[in-house]
Each structure stands twice: as structure tokens, then as C-alpha cells.
Design a protein around this ligand. Structure first.
Ligand code: ADP
Length: 459
């Protein structure tokens, strides 16, 4: 899972904002370039080029030497001032200043930026001459020019179009990166209604979408797995019902046959009658055994079932278990080897059920091996666990059976002989160990023997 791949939506938002600002600045640059291009053209105007020298030329030393008509033609005007107030104006006054303070006269040049200003004293009269300066004249020229106005509007429209197109391209690229994975996800979700196979989304987008992709794919694979497990469980249920029917049907058919023969007085000889009754008894015993095993298995398998756990000395428990099977082992001429520590090691166990679980393993060793086989029962103390070892040096179990040995109704004898076990013994054992939160492992080799390691948590 590579979640580092791709940018996050947050960083993309930041990048897009930066791109938007860059585009905006670019728009401003384009607009002002276009504007200055026009201004440069106007500046080329000779009339304007000469402006500065003209203005200086117009401002004479004495008021009487002023060329008033020239001043007026340059857009200037002359104000007559009395007691600080404008009393008369020659030409068109373009500013709104009608009163002057003493400070206005001290630094008048810097104060009136739009207009070049000079003051003249003529007798007791004071005159102020104002001529628009270069910048003011340039602005007036641009505004007065009809083409200039259209040019500015066109420049604005052009800049707006360029900026909008760029914004649109950026937006389309971003939206496509979002809409593409959403479309893929939508398609796969629609496909899911037909099953979980072949469902997988593959795209490379922003971090958040890549995370959704990983989560989606992992959920789908989990669903697919559980679907398969459901199918396997369904198959195993079917197989179980088939095997139960088979195992029960065989003795029932025999009982039906023998009892019918007796009812129909087919068997007249007293000895034969006894043999027939013996058959019926044995077959009934077999049915009883199968039903008992089935009952135990379904009891352990039911969801509400809980063990009756108690703190027990597991070494003592094992010694008592060996004693319980000792006669069986002796009678069948098996050799017994025991290695159980003398100390007390405690574990939480359900004595009755653990006895059943381990008893199944010991019974199997006796049931499936020849006399003279050695059975070893031992206990190893581990850090957190106790390991109970039950081992024999008997016939062993073939590899193909071993992998499903703990499944229900699995028997090494494929023909399912009616005198064999139920095939439920080790399934019951595993269930009990699992209910103890323990673990069971089998190791077997044909001709060498079988070993079970059962681990339970120590307390
Ligand atoms: P069953 O009720 O048939 O004994 P189990 O689940 O207890 O069923 O055992 C499954 C099969 O494993 C048995 O049918 C037997 O063939 C084989 N098996 C179990 N334990 C041993 C053993 N110690 N030695 C050889 N075969 C064994």
C-alpha cells in the first residue's frame, strides 16, 4: 500500500490558489504591457516630447513677458489672487483650489503635482500661472483620444479572456483528476451487484482518492474471501449431511434386514436367532455411538456454548487421565512411556471436556495401531504455555489426510467402513482445544507414527 503517492487535495488546493494568483498577476502584466505599448506610441507624439522644454520656455522671468495665448493653448490658466483668494481667472481653471495659505506659496512646486505652477508679483497684484505637467497632459491625451479608449477596453477584454481561459484549463485539469476516479468507482460499485470477482479499481489520483482506492480494493478482497469461505462452509455442510446419512443409513439398513427376517420367521434356528440379535445389538450400538458423537460435536459448535473453566493443576490432571486409560493400554498390549513433571503447573481448564479431547487422541492411538506400539504421554513447561505431547510410533497418517484431519467426518479409511470411528473424534478435540483458547498441532509420517502437541495457556 503506497499512500505517499499522489498529492493531497489540501496541497492541490494550495497549488491551485498559487496558480490562480500567478494567472491573475500574468493578466495584470499583459494588461499593463498593452497599455504601455499604447502610451509609448502617444509619447512618440512630438507635441508631447517637446512638452517639458515648452513649459519651461513659457514660464518667463517677468509676468509681462508671459505668452498668455500660448499658456492657454497648452491647457494652462492664470489666476489673480487677492488676500489669498482667487478673484479672477484667465483661461479654464482645472483645479478646485480657490484659496491659498502662506505655505502654498512657500513650496508650491511640490504641492501641485498635476500642474507646473509659477507665481508672479506684478505691482500689488499676485498672479499664479498653472500649466498641466507632462503626466497630466499624457493622461488627458489618452482620455481625449477615442481610439485610446477603445484600445483600453479591448485590452481589458483580451486580458479577461486570456485569464479566464487559463483558469478554465486549470479547473478542467483538476476536475478531471477528481471525476475520473469517481467514475471508475461508480462503475465498479455497479459491477459489485453481480459478485465480487474481477472487481478492482486502478487509478492514480490525489492522496485521498488513492486511500479510497486501497480501502475499496481491500474491502472487496475481504468480501470475496468471505464469499468463498461461505461457499466452502456450504459445501462442508452438504458433505456433512451426506456423510451423516451414509454412516447412519448403513447400520439402520442392516437392522431393518435382520429384524424383518426374524419377524417373517425366516430364522428358525435358535443359534441363528442369537447371531441375528447380536448383529442388531451391535448395529444399534454403532448408531448410538454416531448419534452421541454428533450430539457432542453440534453442542460444541453451537454459538452460545461455553466451557466450565476451573483453575487446575494440569500435571495432576494428566496423571489422572493416564490412569483412566491405563487398563485399555495394557489390555491392548501397548507400551506406555510417561514424562510429566512432579511440580504443579496451573491452567484454566474444563476437566470433562479436556478429558474428552485428549481421550480421543489416546483412543485413536490404541484403535488404529497394532499391539506393541509405544505411546508417549508427556508435558513440557513453556514460558507462557504448557505443551501436552501425545505420541505413538504406529502406522502414521498419509499426507493427503493429514491436512484435513481436524475437519468433520475425515477418516483415513476412505471406504468409510461401518466398524471404524465417526470421523468426528479429532474435530471434537480441536473444537475443545480452541474453546480453551489453546492450539493443537499434528505431525505424522506413514510407518513412523503420529505426534500431537497441545498448547494451553499457563496461569
Ligand atoms: P474417528 O472417529 O474416525 O477416529 P478421528 O477424527 O478421531 O475420527 O480420526 C480421523 C482419522 O485419523 C481416523 O479415521 C484414523 O484413520 C486417523 N488417525 C487418527 N489418529 C491416528 C493415529 N494415532 N494413528 C493412525 N491413524 C490415526
Amino acid at each position: 500500500m503506497n499512500l505517499k503517492k499522489g498529492n493531497s487535495l489540501y496541497s492541490i488546493f494550495i497549488i491551485n490558489s498559487i496558480v490562480a494568483v500567478i494567472i491573475f498577476i500574468l493578466g495584470i502584466v499583459i494588461f499593463f504591457n498593452l497599455l504601455f505599448f499604447k502610451i509609448n506610441k502617444i509619447i512618440d507624439d512630438k507635441d508631447l516630447q517637446l512638452h517639458d522644454s515648452k513649459i519651461n520656455y513659457l514660464f518667463m522671468k517677468n509676468y509681462n513677458d508671459l505668452n498668455i495665448s500660448k499658456i492657454l493653448s497648452e491647457g494652462g490658466w492664470i489666476e489673480e489672487i487677492k488676500d489669498g483668494e482667487v478673484v479672477s481667472v484667465q483661461g479654464v481653471k482645472k483645479d478646485k483650489k480657490n484659496k491659498y495659505e502662506i505655505e502654498d506659496f512657500i513650496n508650491e512646486e511640490s504641492k501641485h503635482k498635476k500642474y507646473e505652477t509659477r507665481m508672479y508679483k506684478q505691482g500689488d497684484k499676485l498672479y499664479i500661472v498653472k500649466i498641466p505637467n507632462y503626466e497630466e497632459k499624457l493622461v488627458n491625451k489618452i482620455y481625449a483620444n477615442q481610439n485610446g479608449k477603445i484600445y483600453i477596453i479591448m485590452s481589458l477584454i483580451f486580458t479577461t479572456i486570456v485569464v479566464s481561459v487559463m483558469f478554465l484549463i486549470v479547473a478542467i485539469i483538476s476536475i478531471r483528476k477528481i471525476s475520473k476516479p469517481l467514475k471508475i468507482l461508480e462503475n465498479e460499485i455497479i459491477k459489485m451487484s453481480e459478485g465480487y470477482s474481477n472487481i478492482s479499481v486502478n487509478y492514480n489520483s490525489y492522496k485521498e482518492f488513492n486511500r479510497i482506492k486501497e480501502a475499496f480494493n481491500s474491502t472487496v478482497s475481504k468480501l470475496e474471501k468471505s464469499e468463498k469461505e461461505k461457499d466452502i462452509a456450504q459445501d462442508s455442510k452438504k458433505r456433512m449431511i451426506r456423510d451423516i446419512s451414509h454412516d447412519l443409513k448403513t447400520p439402520i439398513t442392516s437392522i431393518l434386514g435382520y429384524s424383518k427376517a426374524m419377524l417373517d420367521d425366516v430364522v428358525t434356528d435358535e443359534n441363528d436367532k442369537k447371531t441375528y440379535l447380536n448383529y442388531i445389538y451391535n448395529k444399534t450400538k454403532r448408531i448410538n455411538y454416531l448419534v452421541d458423537e454428533l450430539f457432542i460435536f453440534s453442542k460444541l459448535d453451537s454459538p452460545g456454548y461455553t466451557l466450565n473453566l476451573e483453575k487446575q493443576d494440569i500435571c495432576e490432571f494428566l496423571r489422572e487421565l493416564v490412569a483412566l486409560y491405563y487398563i485399555d493400554i495394557e489390555e491392548n498390549n501397548f507400551l506406555l512411556d510417561i514424562d510429566i513433571p512432579e511440580e504443579s503447573i496451573y491452567s484454566m481448564i474444563d476437566t470433562k471436556e479436556l478429558e474428552r479431547a485428549l481421550g480421543n487422541i489416546i483412543t485413536n492411538s490404541i484403535k488404529y495401531n497394532k499391539s506393541g506400539t509405544k505411546i508417549f504421554i508427556g508435558l513440557i513447561k513453556e514460558v507462557d504455555n504448557v505443551c501436552i505431547v501425545i505420541e505413538d510410533n504406529g502406522i502414521g497418517i498419509s499426507e493427503n489426510v493429514i491436512e484435513k484431519i481436524f475437519d468433520e467426518f475425515v477418516r483415513a479409511d476412505e471406504s468409510r467402513k461401518t466398524d471404524g470411528g465417526s470421523g468426528l473424534g479429532l474435530a471434537i478435540t480441536k473444537k475443545i482445544i480452541k474453546l480453551h483458547d489453546g492450539d493443537i498441532k499434528i505431525c505424522s509420517e506413514v510407518g513412523l507414527g503420529t505426534r500431537f502437541d497441545i498448547r494451553l495457556r499457563r496461569i
